[in-house]
Ligand binder design. Sequence first.
Ligand code: CTP
Length: 406
Amino acid sequence: MLQGKTIVLGITGGIAAYKAAAVCSKLSQSGADVRVVMTESATKFIAPLTFQAISRNRVIVDTFDEEDPSVIAHIDLADRADAVVIAPATANFLAKTALGLGDDMLSTTLLATRAPILVAPAMNVHMYAHVTVQTHMEQLRARGVRFVEPGEGFLACGYTGKGRLAEPEHIVDELMRMFKMKSELSGKKVLVTAGATVERIDPVRYLTNDSSGKMGFAVAAAARDRGARVTVIAGRTSVEPPSGVDVIRVESAEEMLHAALSKFGDADIVVKAAAVADYRPVRTEQKKIKKSEQHLSLELERTTDILKELGNRKTHQVLVGFAAETHELERQAMAKIASKRCDLVVANDVTIPGAGFSADTNEVSIFDTNGLVEKLPLQSKRDAAERIVTLAAGLLAERSGGKQGR
Ligand code: CTP
């Protein structure tokens, strides 16, 4: 699986840097072209020559070590990488990466690459548990960076606990799993709706809701990372869509309906994460409504239920709906599965702190036509999105006769 792949192995300055030699060796033995980048501090623990000998490639430490004048070293490396593995990653390195600092060869390469990134942290038990380290890891996870958690045991600092670098075999296995996942949806088309619709009252006023688009964008990024061709139909959002996906911007439920219908026939998986208005003003005034001393009533009419329309037209597609509820989660979710002909419904109780519209986290339960499939803990929207995509990809594989584990 790693044969012919270019793997950038980043090594930062922790005592576990010596274990990176085993990681490098296993990658090379698997046929990968390993390009080692070390931070200045890493070279205090182990010599670049070790990695040069194992990888049979030049080791880069200095950003300005531009050996080949026809390219810019860190951009070239970033473009050529099929994956980047950081082992070990220090607390300092996690903080720098979370912030997007680029002050050495490794950090600039990470900023410039589009390749998937796998990070194996290693540090003292208290440093690992520190709120800033955990926050930075959470931020990176939300951006799609994957982690191999450290193991527990005796640490070089004398403590016993969680912080030792994961075993080299485990890191390489995780990398292989990442490549396998990358091809899971290759050749498939995934359609995602995200964000809030906007229903105009007059030229300056509208009805909308608090949806940020984060959940839909996280689903889009997760599907993209498994090799799918992803189209996102996005209403009003408070965050930017992920890179590498096609984005169709719409405003009203009606516009979202037309965009969704035009893409539905071709799609293999459709995830309707958008918060679509159920009602819109019967009339949109062309001129701004002026105030008066009288009451003002807005007459509203139903919008089309896009998910239901798609459910009625469903042929081969795996259709995933969302349900934001305040009570009777299971009953409401199952009712939506039935009435909208969904294959899966992702339901969340919006009364739980940290779950719902604008948060970076969500606590969801996923239902299929037989009932509850999985109740996920409170986690990043990206992690929740990974499970949603895994389950949808599993159903798709089942349908096409293949087998895919849940
Ligand atoms: N949905 C849609 N078109 C609409 C309304 C909702 O496609 N006009 C989709 C959403 O994208 C989401 C799911 O339907 O996937 C939510 O279902 P819905 O029944 O609208 O949820 P609520 O608005 O919470 O429903 P209710 O008011 O019935 O509780």
